[in-house]
Design a protein around this ligand. Structure first.
Ligand code: APR
Length: 190
């Protein structure tokens, strides 16, 4: 993995990459890569609902009955239940269909809308998984670049309560892809 930077400062906020399990993070919120039904699933969604308990599912049910299905690229916030994080921000990434128009924009929007919601709720720290790169099939190299650029431009464009963003990456291939993408964005050679 070399000496690539895993931590940068953007407009006085920290952005870092780590390998690990997001359900164990103690940031104010963790972000869930959910689906539009918000009723749980596999991957990180299943892990968050298992670790956080039924209060999260109950809160999701109320959101769905109030506003209907959550469109891709949007985000909602619930309690963190039994998690160390106080809140879970649920967002829906795009399903990879070959990278046609709109897919990258929906992925960027999932990150941006999650951060907006964190800021609206005056949260300081947020952890993200790698949205869409599991079941939804988005190629991780492309997704890593989009994810990091979306977070960096949010932090640069808006001065909010959010001072710490952590990407918690579950497997070494995903972690390496984010390390490379961050190095590319900051113009460093591998
Ligand atoms: N912590 C961090 N990352 C995790 C964890 C965890 N505990 N468990 C899985 N991941 C990683 C996966 O390895 C992958 O890199 O999260 C990334 C996203 O994968 P998915 O969870 O499959 O999410 P996504 O591709 O966005 O697909 C969403 O999957 O589970 C269903 O209900 C969900 O239908 C939705 C779809």
């Amino acid at each position: 993995m070399g000496n690539e930077s895993r931590q940068v400062t953007v407009n006085r906020a920290g952005l870092s990459l780590m390998a690990g399990d997001i359900t164990r993070q103690a940031t104010d919120a963790i972000v869930n890569a959910a689906n539009s039904g918000l009723m749980g699933g596999g991957g990180v969604d299943g892990a968050i609902h298992r670790a956080g308990g039924s209060a999260i599912l109950e809160a999701c049910r109320q959101i769905i009955s109030r506003q209907g299905r959550l469109p891709p690229g949007e985000a909602v916030i619930t309690t963190g239940g039994n998690l160390r994080a106080k809140y879970v921000i649920h967002t829906v990434g795009p399903i990879w269909h070959g990278g046609g128009p709109g897919e990258a924009e929906v992925l960027a929007s999932a990150y941006r809308e999650s951060l907006k919601l964190a800021a609206t709720n005056r949260l300081t720290s947020v952890s993200f998984p790698s949205i869409s790169t599991g079941v939804y099939g988005y190629p991780v190299d492309k997704a890593a670049r989009i994810a990091l650029e979306a977070v960096i431009s949010f932090l640069n464009d808006e001065f909010t309560s959010v001072k710490e963003v952590v990407f918690v990456l579950f497997d070494s291939g995903t972690f390496d892809a984010y390390v490379s993408a961050l190095a590319e964005i900051y113009g460093k050679k591998e």
